[in-house]
Design a protein. Structure first.
Length: 61
């Protein structure tokens, strides 16, 4: 499992995720460096997908 490499592009990624999943809120998409697992867990709970599915989707944006 690799770390998410989103440091510079997170706002763009978050915007695309909100377009794709309208029920996501800004709170769901709070990203702090070093808190990747927390973010993935929050998204996993909201979207009903596995962490690997979510990681793959984020990295593909």
């Amino acid at each position: 499992m690799t770390k998410l490499s989103l440091k510079g592009t997170w706002n763009e990624v978050a915007g695309k995720l909100k377009q794709k999943y309208a029920d996501l809120t800004d709170d769901d998409l709070l990203f702090a460096e070093g808190k990747e697992d927390e973010l993935l867990g929050r998204l996993q709970q909201r979207l009903g997908k596995s962490k690997e599915e979510i990681r793959s989707e984020i990295e593909g944006v």
